[in-house]
Design a protein around this ligand. Structure first.
Ligand SMILES: CC(C)(COP(=O)(O)OP(=O)(O)OC[C@H]1O[C@@H](n2cnc3c(N)ncnc32)[C@H](O)[C@@H]1OP(=O)(O)O)[C@@H](O)C(=O)NCCC(=O)NCCS
Length: 184
């Protein structure tokens, strides 16, 4: 599959370990067969549904691999919209009732790589790609739909604000992320 010009592959992993991975959009060349993040639903979705979601333009998946196309991490992004009343007040203040957003629908790392800082770097990869997407199609928030309490804690640790009604729905303003990345 040809690579889209606005989706450059990236070298990732260097901030956390001396192992270098390549981050790029999921293609048929990637081998997802032995991907295991510790969460069966997330593993199954990558293996069975990610290509279909891409073909349907309902979810764009990016993967990390170490050169021989064996996938060790992934995340999925989609255009989204969220109601102001459903997000943390601090993030929704000043927004229209329906807020344009990007959904970080899934994010997972192979269990062999947990606990080395790579999950944080995977999130950084997703956030910087989201900020870049927001510079073309405006979005005010990034929304995560945490799969469980543990995932919600991970996102809160990284600055996401939980919804008052649903602790698994967390958001962060793209402008805050851009500022923290030094790109605004
Ligand atoms: C969530 C996941 C990506 C985290 O990856 P990881 O490699 O274990 O985490 P890291 O070592 O990169 O940790 C980065 C930071 O997040 C913190 N962190 C990691 N997991 C956390 C959790 N569950 N709750 C709170 N903080 C957490 C770490 O303490 C670290 O903090 P620091 O940068 O201040 O030192 C990984 O555990 C995973 O893939 N889990 C299964 C799938 C999943 O639950 N996905 C969640 C999204 S739906």
């Amino acid at each position: 599959m040809p690579r889209w010009p606005d989706e450059p592959a990236r070298a990732v992993g260097l901030r956390s370990t001396d192992v270098r991975f390549r981050s790029e959009r999921l293609s048929e060349d990637h081998n997802v067969d032995d991907f295991a993040s510790g969460n069966d639903a997330l593993d199954d979705w990558l293996k069975r549904h990610a290509h279909h979601a891409a073909a349907m333009n309902t979810g764009r998946t990016f993967v990390w691999h170490s050169g021989e196309d064996r996938v060790v991490a992934y995340f999925t992004l989609a255009a989204h919209r969220v109601r102001r009343e459903n997000v943390a007040r601090r993030a929704g203040r000043g927004s229209p009732i329906e807020i344009p957003a990007v959904l970080l629908a899934r994010l997972a790392l192979h269990t062999n790589l947990h606990g080395q800082g790579l999950g944080g770097e995977l999130l950084w990869d997703a956030l910087t790609r989201t900020v870049a997407a927001g510079s073309i199609a405006a979005a005010r928030l990034i929304v995560v739909d945490a799969i469980d309490d543990n995932a919600a804690d991970f996102y809160e640790h990284h600055g996401f604000l939980p919804s008052p009604d649903d602790p698994h729905l967390l958001v962060q303003k793209l402008s805050d992320i851009a500022r923290s990345l030094g790109i605004s």
